[in-house]
Design a protein around this ligand. Structure first.
Ligand SMILES: [Zn+2]
Length: 267
């Protein structure tokens, strides 16, 4: 695949040091515009493929949720910020920069009396990072099932060794319950070892969780996703059942966020 001319062209852009851009948009709450949940995915990729799963899948969920919540028929009491982080793969630098630059602005009405809150108070951070591929553990000979395993799940992780562990665990189970009630095909599982993702820099400050196809430490770390950071992380690598797992993650976050922000449909 290293000789794939299309991939070579796609990845030919030289790396340049210097400032990086991030993208976000915000659904402004009706009664609590000064409080928000942050919903994220990272827009940089790694490994000379298309980064379709890592993290095209997570960013697609964030954009799809932004599309739904931005409908004029949807109202939320609290605000929601949809963020696409840059430079996750180089050390969570985008998420860290956001915290450095914006943490102190939380909850401030600027200008005073305007009713505008450029940085609402952070209520929680929910990251989506690799949402497609749960084919089980590698077999003894190193090969993997070509199909999504029937018992595939959405892994919701929080970090037990963080200052906000208890609040993050509670947030994780709100998502777990939302999955039970609203996801159509795949269940969710909660685990205590969130790591290597953009919700990490938030974990000592506010409730922070990540959604993934697998547990990042024990499963991705042990080779459950052979396309991770590889040229084979391409859109055409994944099947309908893989994309369906991503859809179930989107259903999970949509349902949980709707409850957390007091969403309602206005006809
Ligand atoms: Zn990633």
């Amino acid at each position: 695949m290293a000789t794939d001319a299309r991939l070579r062209t796609l990845n030919a852009q030289p790396a340049r040091n210097g400032p990086r851009e991030e993208v976000y948009c915000t659904k402004v709450g009706t009664t609590r515009p000064d409080e928000m949940y942050i919903v994220g995915g990272h827009m940089d990729g790694h490994g000379w493929g298309e980064a379709a799963n890592d993290d095209g899948s997570g960013t697609a969920i964030v954009m799809e949720l932004a599309r739904i919540f931005s409908s004029p028929y949807v109202e939320t009491e609290r605000s929601i910020r949809f963020a696409l982080w840059n430079n996750e793969e180089t050390g969570l630098n985008g998420a860290r920069a956001y915290i450095q630059q914006r943490q102190a602005l939380q909850g401030q009405e600027i200008p005073v009396g305007s009713g505008r809150y450029p940085e609402p108070k952070w209520l929680g951070m929910i990251q989506h990072d690799m949402m497609l591929f749960d084919h089980g553990m590698p077999r003894a000979d190193g090969t993997l099932s070509p199909e999504q395993r029937p018992e595939a799940d959405v892994n919701i992780e929080f970090q037990i060794n963080s200052r906000m562990a208890e609040q993050s665990m509670k947030l994780a189970f709100v998502f777990h319950q939302a999955n039970r009630n609203y996801a159509t095909d795949y269940p969710a599982a909660v685990g205590p070892h969130m790591t290597n993702t953009d919700s990490g820099p938030f974990q000592d400050l506010i409730p922070a969780i990540s959604l993934r196809e697998n547990e990042r430490g024990a499963q991705v770390g042990a080779g459950w996703d052979p396309h991770w950071h590889q040229p084979s992380d391409r859109f055409d690598t994944f099947s309908d059942n893989d994309f369906r797992l991503g859809l179930n993650a989107a259903q999970t976050t949509l349902a949980a966020l709707s409850q957390l922000t007091g969403a309602k449909i206005n006809r």
